[in-house]
Ligand binder design. Sequence first.
Ligand SMILES: *Cc1c(COP(=O)(O)O)cnc(C)c1O
Length: 394
Amino acid sequence: MSEILLIPGPVAVSEDVLAAAAAPMQNHRGPRARALYERLYERLREILQTRKRIVLLGSSGTGALEAIVVNLFSPGDKLLSLSVGSFGDRLAAIARAYGAEVESMSEQWGWGNDPQRLRDRLRADSAGVIKGILITHNETSTGVANDLEALMKAKGDHPALTVVDSVSGAGAVELRTDDWGIDALATASQKALAAPPGAAIVALSDRAWEAAEQAKMPRFYLDLLKARKAAEEGATPWTPPVPILTALERASDNYLKEGREAAHARHARYASAVRAGCMAAGLSLFAQPRWYSQTVTAVRVPAGVEAKALLSRLRERYGVVVGGGQQQVEGKIFRIGNMGALAERDLIGAMGALELALGDLGVRVALGSASAATARMLAGSDGSVRMATARAAV
Ligand SMILES: *Cc1c(COP(=O)(O)O)cnc(C)c1O
C-alpha cells in the first residue's frame, strides 16, 4: 500500500517530477545544464517574486540558512533572532556557531512575532548596532505563520539586513521578496515547491550582495560570491545535485502552470480543511488562530494517548504518515503538512484514518466527523468541489 505522506517536508512528489529525477546523467557544465539552470532561475524568480540573482545550492534548507549567515555577517556582529520555534532556534544556533552575538526576541511557541515589538526594539537601536534580523516566515515546528509583510514594515529603514527562512512558506503563501525589501531569502526544494530534497535556493538583495563582499565569517563550500560568479557563467561552483534540479525544474513548471495565486489558494484551502477536520474530531490545535500556518497544522495529542503510539498506528495500520513534535513539544503535538502533490482524497482519507486510529487508542471520536468536516471545507461554502484546483494539485 502506498503511503499518504503528510509530513511538512519532504513532501509527496508527482510522478512526472519523479520521472524527471530519473533522467540519464548529463554533463553539469554542458550546454544542456546551462539551459536548465537558466530556466530554473527564471521560474524561481517568478515564484519568489524577485528580479535579483538567485543561487542554487546542493544542500537541504539548513545549508541555505548557513550560507546566508556566513556570507552576510562577521564574528561579533549583533543579530536579533525573532525565533518562534525550533527552526527559528536553529537559525540562531547557526549564527552563534559562527561567532555572532545573538539577541533573542523570541515568542512563546504557538504565537507569531509582534511587529510592534520589533519596531520598538529597532527604535531603541538608533546607533544601528543590530546588523541582522533573523525571521522565520512559517515556523514548521509549531504550525505558525508570521505576518512577514507587517514585520518587514516594522523593520522600516533600520539598516539591519533581514534574513528570512521561508523554507516552508515560499510557494505556499504570498511572498513579495523584492517589494517587501527582504535582503536574504532561503528556501528548499522539498516543501511547497514539491520536488525531492537536495537543492536549496537563496535570493539576496543588492545590499546583501554588498555585505557579502565585506563579511568575515569563514566559508568555502557555501561561498555565495563563488556561486554568483559561477552562475553568471551558466555554471555552479561545484557539482550540483543534477537529478534534483531536473525534478525541481519540472515541479516549478507544474507550479507555474497551476499559477502562483492558485497555488497559494490551494494551500490555504487544504490547511483550513485539515484544521476543520481536526477540530470536528474534538482535537485542539496548538497555534493561536491568528497565526495559523497555511502549510502545516500542529495538533495537540489528546489526553491519555501516547504520541508515538498514535503516529505508528496511523502509519502501520492506515498508511498515513504525519510528523511528530520536536524539542519542548515532543510527545505533546503531532503535525499534519499539506504541501506537495496531494489530492482532496488524500486529506479526506487521512482524516478518516485519524478517526480510526484515535478510536483504536481508546479516544471516542464519531466516525465520519473529521473526514466530513474536511470534505465540506474542501467543497467550499457553496458545496461544489472546485475541480480545476483539484486537478492541478494531483
Ligand atoms: C524544513 C525547514 C528547514 C530546513 O530543513 P532541512 O531539513 O535542512 O531542509 C528550515 N526551516 C524551516 C522553517 C523548515 O520548515
